[in-house]
Unconditional design. Structure first.
Length: 325
């Protein structure tokens, strides 16, 4: 990896978390505070648990709820050596914890056994005077469910594995689990160093899409095929910089956070100007809602027409103008 400085590439020095003096718990804390590092812009996540212990004294690293109402288990290993040093396989350890989470049948149970202790542990992050940790957890969770229009709770569970490097057996097992409809992902998070600055590169390794997800059947020029809609929802979607280039949004547009009165002004760089300063859309929305990660394009609304950035992007990508690009 290179950093481009004054049009001159400067190679970033590869370094390990161990060499940086970072423990697994340090990476866990990094992700706890910045869970959007391993999320797409198309989902919201609320971290509700850390080091949650099951009946057999197994401890899961991070527990979250996604915008479908399902529990997400995040398991972290520092590097491949840590993975291989364990007698229990990385992916099997995560499956055990996911099985424990499957026993949580109601939001009340989640609040009492998982979220309330988490709120108590990180009380400084939940400024709610005169409320107990249980009451705070209940209000935050219900707000998350209401704004994401979540109807069902914990019908299935997801697993996210995070490490700076994976061994072949873990990747092989995860690929097989994915092919058998188990929702499990692998994210590679790797540090680099230049001078005294540390950079972190995050890459999703698994699952991968099947190539035929990108195939589009021949159809009438005036109709939109189901396959084309599937293509838009399944692939990596263009970001705000592309939307600015298309002209569907522009610098100076006022963006409103869904179901709130909070507003920000879109800049030509794709960031937003807020009362607190200039920041990314994700940073702004996280501050508005107090969630760990926010479905950026689903919760940012263009004030001029009342449409979400999601809707605006999809309309353009289904139009003839996009086909001509």
């Amino acid at each position: 990896m290179y950093q481009l400085t004054d049009m001159q590439p400067v190679k970033l020095e590869e370094i390990t978390f161990a060499e940086l003096g970072m423990k697994e718990s340090d990476i866990e804390e990094l992700l706890r505070k910045n869970i959007d590092m391993i999320c797409s812009d198309e989902e919201s996540l609320l971290v509700v648990g850390q080091q949650v212990k099951n009946a057999k004294n197994g401890r899961s690293d991070l527990t979250a709820v996604d915008n479908e109402g399902n529990l997400v288990l995040v398991e972290i290993k520092r590097d491949k050596k840590d993975i291989e040093a364990r007698s229990e396989a990385f992916e099997f350890q995560a499956i055990r914890y996911a099985a424990s989470c499957a026993t949580i049948k109601s939001t009340d149970e989640l609040i009492q056994s998982v979220f309330s202790p988490y709120v108590q542990k990180h009380a400084e992050e939940f400024v709610k005077p005169d409320l107990s940790s249980s009451e705070i957890a209940s209000r935050v969770l219900m707000d998350f469910f209401e704004k994401n229009k979540i109807v069902n709770f914990n019908e299935t569970q997801r697993i996210i594995l995070v490490a700076s490097e994976f061994d072949e057996q873990t990747l092989s097992a995860v690929a097989w689990l994915n092919s058998n409809k188990v929702d499990i992902s692998c994210y590679r998070i790797y540090p680099y160093k230049i001078s005294e600055n540390v950079f972190v590169d995050v890459k999703k390794i698994l699952p991968v899409m099947e190539y035929d997800d990108f195939y589009v059947d021949i159809s009438s020029p005036k109709s939109v095929s189901k396959d084309k809609k599937r293509e838009i929802t399944r692939r990596v979607l263009p970001k705000i910089d592309a939307m600015l280039e298309w002209g569907v949004v522009k610098a100076g547009d006022i963006v409103v956070a869904k179901d709130t009165d909070e507003e920000a002004i879109l800049t030509k760089e794709g960031t937003v100007q807020t009362k607190e300063g200039v920041m990314s859309l994700q940073q702004w929305l996280k501050g508005v809602y107090g969630w760990s990660s926010v479905h950026t394009y689903g919760f940012a609304i263009k004030k001029e027409n009342g449409k979400t950035l999601d809707d605006i992007r999809e309309e353009y990508m289904l139009s003839d103008a996009y086909d001509m690009k």
